[in-house]
Design a protein around this ligand. Structure first.
Ligand code: SF4
Length: 389
């Protein structure tokens, strides 16, 4: 069977496997990307989650010697939550971004790629194949762009004409030659909606993201979230997607053909307060299969505390005090102090004074001092309102 026929058979197999898009690219080094990545690193814009070896990141042959082709795939995911549960005072909810809805996409894409691999090995039994989804050395986006899956948007997402940027990407490298597809010629044109909408200015230029200021990345960090970002999260527990939500190519798009990605409303929009006391076991049971659980419980709890503080939920005060007084993790104690400062009131203030006497962590102490200052400001304001009334 010739390369063209192998490609055609794989395209048919992709259809049978319910893969939304498939594209083929050469496995030549991504030379231009390497230069861009060097500048990106120099500017300090990396997240730290990337493959550190730029050679490996841009040369498929560092992963698979004699690589000749890359097969890229895309699966579209849902964007609409049917019957979303209410978020209301005393029962506020947080939200996981759409890319975390349903079963972890890494697993789903891997299964699809394994299916394609089986077919390729049927056709070329001695083929060498390496599968990658997101955590591989290569840039999924650069591969998808070269394989004609979509173009690279100013928001750094791959935008497909059919599904917008609501797609998961994966690929496999092989030493089999397969005729490459052409990259798309479409582009964002004059649009700058994502750059204008980004609340932190993380999109420093079209197609250039400072990950250190990107809320999607920051929700996944485990340390204290810098104060400037705490009020910008908007209830997100994992991920952030404003730069996708505002994109005209994403408007009114919702893809439900993959049952694996169907969201459980109560899981993707959970009540915030129960998250604060959740054990590791409960966390794994409830969220372990979602992509958004990969960093563990701590970032989700920290973000839940931030959301409660932001909503000024007075009913959360006892739980927050419990964390402030008892949690062994300074990040959780410090964030709880911040939330109590935002919510204010005598119960919160008394707890902050109490804990101040025994807290030994410097960072937590800073948060307690600031929270007490915040309580003081609120009290003065309340007092003034009371006197003026
Ligand atoms: Fe491109 Fe506009 Fe979409 Fe940004 S919002 S990715 S500029 S089309």
């Amino acid at each position: 069977m010739g390369p063209g026929d192998i490609k055609k058979t794989l395209q048919e197999e992709a259809k049978r496997l319910n893969i939304d898009k498939i594209g083929f690219a050469s496995a030549d080094p991504f030379t231009e990307l390497k230069e861009r990545l060097k500048d990106h690193r120099k500017a300090g814009y990396e997240s730290g989650f990337e493959e550190p070896d730029l050679e490996k990141r841009t040369d498929p042959r560092k992963t698979l010697p004699n690589a000749r082709s890359i097969i890229a795939i895309a699966l579209a995911y849902p964007t609409r939550l049917e019957n979303p549960p209410d978020s209301k005072p005393g029962a506020y909810r947080g939200v996981f971004c759409r890319a975390s809805w349903g079963e972890d996409y890494h697993r789903v894409l891997k299964r699809k790629l394994e299916g394609l691999k089986v077919k390729l090995l049927e056709l070329v039994p001695d083929a060498k194949v390496e599968i990658m989804v997101d955590t591989g050395a290569l840039s999924d986006r650069a591969v998808a762009e070269r394989a004609g899956i979509g173009w690279s948007g100013k928001n750094t997402s791959i935008i497909t004409p059919e599904f917008g940027s609501w797609v998961y990407l994966g690929e496999m490298i092989t030493d089999v030659y397969l005729p490459p597809d052409q990259p798309l010629t479409q582009s964002c044109g004059e649009c700058t909606a994502c750059l204008d909408a980004c609340p932190t200015g993380a999109l420093v230029a079209p197609g250039q993201l400072n990950s250190q200021a990107c809320l999607a990345y920051l929700t996944q960090t485990k340390g204290m979230l810098a104060e400037e970002y705490r009020n910008k999260l908007g209830g997100y527990l994992y991920g952030y997607e404003t730069c996708q939500a505002v994109c005209p190519y994403n408007r009114k798009k919702n893809f439900t053909q993959h049952e694996e990605f169907h969201p459980d409303p109560d899981q993707v929009k959970p009540l915030l307060k129960p998250l604060l006391r959740m054990s590791n076991r409960e966390f794994r049971q409830r969220f372990g299969k979602m992509a958004g659980s990969w960093r563990g419980k701590k970032p989700i709890q920290r973000n839940a505390i931030i959301a409660l503080g932001r909503y000024r939920d007075r009913t959360a005060v006892p739980d927050l005090i419990h964390l402030l007084e008892n949690d062994p993790r300074p990040v959780i104690r410090g964030t709880a102090a911040w939330a109590l400062g935002r919510i204010g009131g005598s119960e919160a203030e008394e707890a902050l004074y109490r804990v101040k006497e025994k807290e030994s962590n410097e960072q937590v102490m800073v948060e307690i001092e600031k929270a007490l200052h915040e309580c003081g400001i609120q009290e003065t304001a309340n007092h003034r309102t009371y006197r003026e009334a």
